[in-house]
Write a protein that binds this ligand. Structure first.
Ligand SMILES: NC(=O)c1ccc[n+]([C@@H]2O[C@H](COP(=O)([O-])OP(=O)(O)OC[C@H]3O[C@@H](n4cnc5c(N)ncnc54)[C@H](OP(=O)(O)O)[C@@H]3O)[C@@H](O)[C@H]2O)c1
Length: 328
């Protein structure tokens, strides 16, 4: 089978297209013939070695890239009884989906409803599950609350806007250009600001009568985090869920006190889908939101295995609106 692998951390040149034997499932695992895989910033972070020492995502070399896929079950490992051959399934946070076949623990699978195509599933699942826990468990958004979403037109950003609006909160967005801002409005943002070297913080305060927002969702990191503090209300919550712009390494906790006794959290999806029941409950809610039209899935581009470097460059170059997917 064809697979995109790395033997060393680094730039796009480290990703090698290989011919590997089709892997067999062990006990409790299934073998899936992939139809589609998601292309994520986490794949770039994996290639760069950001998880080299992680305990949450203990990914070591050599490895096959890709953390999210969908397809049909081609073989069942010993003891797997809840799924059947040929069944359409999807998963995320299991490495190895940039390949024609993947081995996935049955506990990490969700069954796909008939109405959800494989490419929709991979465009929706990882980002959707993330937005789901961020809205409902981390921020606990409810009517009367206001939240600010940075990178609002991005994969997770669009879903935060849609699910936050569905939860009854007032959602504001920040993005880098007017075209992306227009898209964020269609996903539920009441107002969208441009970064303007941190000027978005004053704009968000003005939009809340000077009070500041209850919650800021910041996936960017070092370039924006201090400005996010300035956008929040006293005792507000800063959800630093990513670091596409680089990790902040010089934060003194006293800054949170000075900014109004803020709460800062750096949550991870793995801790919010730790058991199959929670994973499948969240996935079912995402699929329902797609079916009832409250969550629209924007596919930013369809790529082949040979073109993954192109997709990664577009992600890093901020040229995509929505989610790129890999089609087999
Ligand atoms: N904590 C979790 O549970 C969790 C789960 C999934 C993903 N993540 C993280 O969330 C982050 C976002 O992932 P995503 O897949 O949704 O990406 P994305 O939002 O689709 O793309 C990143 C967006 O960030 C903005 N951006 C700002 N500065 C950037 C920079 N220096 N380089 C690249 N983009 C920049 C761009 O939008 P503008 O042009 O509008 O600024 C770009 O569209 C990643 O760090 C990922 O690892 C965290």
């Amino acid at each position: 089978m064809k697979a995109l692998c790395i033997d060393a951390y680094g730039g796009p040149e480290q990703a090698r297209l290989r011919d590997l034997p089709v892997p067999a499932p062990g006990a409790g695992e299934v073998q899936v013939r992939l139809a589609a895989a998601g292309i994520n910033f986490m794949d770039i972070h994996t290639r760069q070695g950001k998880y080299a020492t992680s305990r949450t995502y203990p990914q070591r070399l050599p490895t096959t890239l890709g953390i999210e896929g969908a397809g049909r079950i081609a073989a069942l490992g010993e003891g797997v009884t809840e799924f059947h051959l040929g069944q359409r399934v999807a998963w995320c946070l299991v490495w190895g989906s940039y390949a024609e076949y993947a081995i996935v623990p049955a506990a990490r699978l969700v069954a796909l409803p008939d109405a959800i195509a494989e490419e929709t599933a991979v465009a929706a699942l990882f980002h959707g599950l993330t937005a789901h826990y961020l809205i409902h468990d981390t921020a606990c958004l409810a009517p009367g609350m206001t939240a600010l979403v940075l990178a609002a037109s991005g994969g997770i950003g669009q879903m935060l806007l849609a699910l936050g609006t569905r939860a009854g909160a007032r959602m504001l967005g920040v993005t880098s250009d007017p075209t992306k801002a227009a898209l964020a409005r269609t996903r539920g943002a009441a107002e969208v600001f441009l970064y303007e070297n941190g000027g978005f913080a004053a704009a968000a305060r003005a939009a809340t009568g000077g009070r500041g927002v209850d919650v800021v969702f910041d996936p960017i990191g070092a370039p924006s985090l201090r400005d996010s503090f300035r956008a929040a209300r006293r005792q507000g919550l800063i959800v630093a869920f990513g670091s596409v712009g680089g990790t902040m390494r010089d934060l003194d906790p006293i800054e949170l006190g000075e900014a109004g006794s803020l709460f800062l959290t750096r949550p991870r999806l793995a801790d919010h889908i730790a058991d199959s029941a929670t994973l499948r409950r969240r996935a079912a809610d995402i699929f329902t939101a797609i079916s009832d039209g409250s969550l629209r899935i924007e596919i930013a581009g369809r790529y082949r295995l040979e073109q993954v470097a192109e997709a990664h460059a577009a992600l890093e170059g901020r040229r995509l609106v929505g989610k790129p997917v890999l089609i087999f």
